[in-house]
Design a binder for this molecule. Sequence first.
Ligand SMILES: NC(=O)c1ccc[n+]([C@@H]2O[C@H](COP(=O)([O-])OP(=O)(O)OC[C@H]3O[C@@H](n4cnc5c(N)ncnc54)[C@H](OP(=O)(O)O)[C@@H]3O)[C@@H](O)[C@H]2O)c1
Length: 243
Amino acid sequence: MGSRLKDKVAIVTGASRGIGRAIGVALAGEGATVVLAGRAEADLSETAKRIRQVGGTPEIVPTELTEEQSIMNLVAVTSERFGRLDILVNNAGITHSAPLEQTRTEDLDRCWAVNARAPFLLCREALPLLRKAERATIVNISSVVGVKGYPLQSAYTASKHALRGMSIALAEELRGSGVRVHVICPGAADTEMVSRVRPDINKVELIGPDEIAELVLYLVAHQGNAVVDELHIRRATAAPWFG
Ligand SMILES: NC(=O)c1ccc[n+]([C@@H]2O[C@H](COP(=O)([O-])OP(=O)(O)OC[C@H]3O[C@@H](n4cnc5c(N)ncnc54)[C@H](OP(=O)(O)O)[C@@H]3O)[C@@H](O)[C@H]2O)c1
């Protein structure tokens, strides 16, 4: 176990599986205490088990990100239990695949609520705690669809552009405050989300969730004067530079 994040407290949303689970384990592996947010309690317990295996002491806070009260509860429990917050990773997300004309309002609203509204509200609620840290980091997991557009993904794409836009504005707003804001835009990774939405992609070509977690670690643990605002990570077989 490393110690680069010793004494730090992190919230990771969508920590019950996939990329969020990998991020939680990676942060804990460097000594952070990780607060795991998600709905599926059995899956959150599995993440917690993996964190204990690397020597960490996780905290599970069941959270429904479409509900403002639940988001407020996540921050309140973190504050009461640990009295500090150094790292916030807005990772949870959902997709919806359909032609725009067939996208129901409730599907659009749900994408919006989980992918854009929840990170916005969570940043707002967490900022008073984050500002108290000597140095704090927000990492928002957007997507390649946060910079590009794909057919049949208009609701998902709009929400990920929104998350990226909010992050850019917040990074500027917090410049010099000690709270840094970063965005990671991954291509297709090996998770349940992609096995549902892109079964056509050969599984051996998918990005490993651990590879994305490594980037999060870099962003939160890097101590120098350099700041990386945004990271784009793609499958080695996908077109480079957003082609
Ligand atoms: N996989 C990819 O190829 C890929 C590529 C680019 C970007 N991303 C982004 O990376 C992030 C993680 O994706 P993933 O592939 O790991 O997805 P995943 O395996 O489907 O996991 C999604 C996570 O989000 C949580 N979540 C969904 N709805 C929620 C809600 N209403 N309240 C609370 N938590 C909720 C889920 O937890 P519960 O079900 O337990 O609530 C789960 O932990 C997402 O933002 C996704 O858009 C993924």
